[in-house]
Write a protein that binds this ligand. Structure first.
Ligand code: SF4
Length: 370
């Protein structure tokens, strides 16, 4: 890289890769660990501010074209419920959303995280984007209206977390932070960068994988690959329909991988002891919220150690579906619970600022709620 006028981003590199960088400059290897800790552990936003490295080394790195930078906060929308929707901007001016949810929304609940530890202070969930826009085209999701613009790099995924942790003045270890890869994009269509980001967040930012959940629309070949990862967050599958006809109507991805294939991959997924596979189900009034649909879901999930998160559709312009009634949601939940499937209704968070599930479309106007 010496002599190359291009810029090389350090955020997103592993400790091993940073070692290669410092060794190429004739520096001892331990400088790489200092750099790694500064980037991910201390969350230092720019190379210039890394005071653990000698000034001369910082200058040499900059001369060689290396830089480190967090994404910028373009806009910050604060909901009446405390949720914050960050519109974050990357070096090429591309923007995505990252959502801060104090107390979470129920999506991140795990046996392990259900009880706050004694040293726990603040509890929150950060919802991350893995791509700008999304190609999967789920019919109930506002992100789909953007199309896919590009994959995010691992540094850009990690950068969203570090940026929000700094903005919210979070201390990992004292505060309990969950991460959900459920913002813009399909993480399994940007698999290498997503999994690299997860590893960096575990090793560098000390956020345990047990507090991370990734959601997929059902990219079947990636489910098995993900199951074999040494660092493996929890898995959520976005189900949303109880039979193939219905799922094809609202999730075109089902034309490629049918429910039978998807659920076979789910059945083979290697769960840890006490772990459950999460299935997300967005309820659309009169479309997939009938008791018959709930009974079909029960049959589909038989033999899988599953839990279900129900989400009553969050409204948005250009989305041709209605929010179900509270009674429909409750009766759907009761059928699943009666069949022995732990089922939760997710509270919509940040609905008034377009921060809730399926609403991430870089909106700069706010939803009018009465
Ligand atoms: S629900 Fe997820 S996978 Fe489907 S279009 Fe929206 S962002 Fe993409």
């Amino acid at each position: 890289m010496p002599g190359n006028p291009q810029q090389f981003e350090l955020l997103g590199l592993t400790n091993q890769e940073l070692m290669a960088v410092v060794e190429a400059l004739g520096e001892p290897r331990y400088r790489a660990r200092q750099l790694f800790d500064a980037l991910y552990g201390q969350r230092v936003a720019t190379l210039d501010e890394i005071s653990t490295l000698p000034k001369t080394l910082r200058a040499r790195l900059a001369e060689e074209g290396y830089r480190s930078g967090f994404p910028a906060i373009d806009q910050r929308f604060v909901s009446r419920d405390g949720t914050v929707r960050y519109l974050v901007r990357f070096a090429d001016a591309q923007t995505v959303e990252t959502v801060w949810m104090p107390d979470g929304d129920g999506a991140e609940e795990t046996e392990e995280s259900a009880t706050p530890g004694p040293s726990s202070n603040r509890r929150a969930t950060i919802c991350l984007s893995s791509q700008a826009g999304c190609a999967v085209n789920c019919k109930f999701c506002m992100t789909a209206l953007l199309g896919v613009q590009r994959n995010l790099t691992a540094g850009e995924i990690v950068g969203q977390v570090l940026l929000v942790l700094n903005d919210q003045q979070i201390e990992i270890g004292r505060d309990r932070i969950n991460l959900v890869f459920m913002g813009q994009g399909e993480p399994f269509l940007n698999y290498e960068n997503f999994i690299r980001a997860a590893r960096l967040l575990v090793e560098g930012a000390a956020i345990p994988e047990s507090r991370m959940t990734v959601s997929t629309s059902g990219i079947v070949p990636r489910i098995a690959e993900f199951g074999a990862e040494p660092v493996r967050p929890h898995l959520a599958i976005s189900l949303n329909a109880s039979n193939d006809d219905l799922r094809e109507r609202i999730m075109p991805i089902n034309r490629k991988w049918k429910l039978a294939e998807l659920l076979e991959a789910a059945r083979r997924f290697p769960l840890r002891s006490r772990e459950r596979l999460t299935f997300e189900y967005v309820l659309l009034s009169g479309v997939n919220d009938a008791p018959e649909n709930a009974r079909e879901v029960v049959a589909l999930l038989s033999g899988i150690r599953a839990k279900v998160n129900l989400i009553a559709l969050n409204p948005g312009p250009e989305i041709p579906f209605q929010t179900p009634t509270a009674a429909a949601v409750e009766s759907f939940q009761q059928i699943l619970v009666a069949a022995g499937i732990p089922t939760y209704v997710r509270r919509p968070r940040g609905l008034d600022i377009y921060a809730a599930c399926g609403q991430l479309k870089r909106s700069t106007t706010l939803l009018s709620l009465t």
